[in-house]
Design a protein around this ligand. Structure first.
Ligand SMILES: [Zn+2]
Length: 102
């Protein structure tokens, strides 16, 4: 196993045993709540965080509560890292098959 592969696999194992993995993209939406005296009526809109993801071919979204923001951001980051590492390992194996290497 090459050093690059060893590094990628070891990081992948850390992520798999780590905090959590969550597939999706985080988007911030600014909205008005409709209450006439609220600050949002004067232009200071409420900011909500949503997780947007596809499931069964459909686009879905979940509102992320403020208190959950840090952990959800971490899970999403870890998922993206794991995906990138899996892809990197897979690239090495395309090469092995192409070159008939054990
Ligand atoms: Zn409001």
């Amino acid at each position: 196993m090459s050093p690059a592969e060893r590094r990628a696999r070891s990081r992948l194992a850390q992520l798999a045993h780590g905090r959590g993995l969550l597939r999706g993209n985080l988007v911030e939406r600014r909205r008005v709540c409709g209450k006439p005296n609220c600050k949002c009526a004067r232009g200071e809109r409420h900011v909500s965080l949503y997780l947007v993801f596809s499931q069964g071919g459909r686009l879905r979204q979940l509102c992320v509560p403020k208190a959950w923001e840090p952990r959800v951001r971490q899970w999403v980051r870890d998922y993206h890292d794991a995906r990138r590492l899996l892809e990197a390992v897979s690239q090495l194996y395309y090469e092995k098959v192409r070159q008939r290497q054990d």
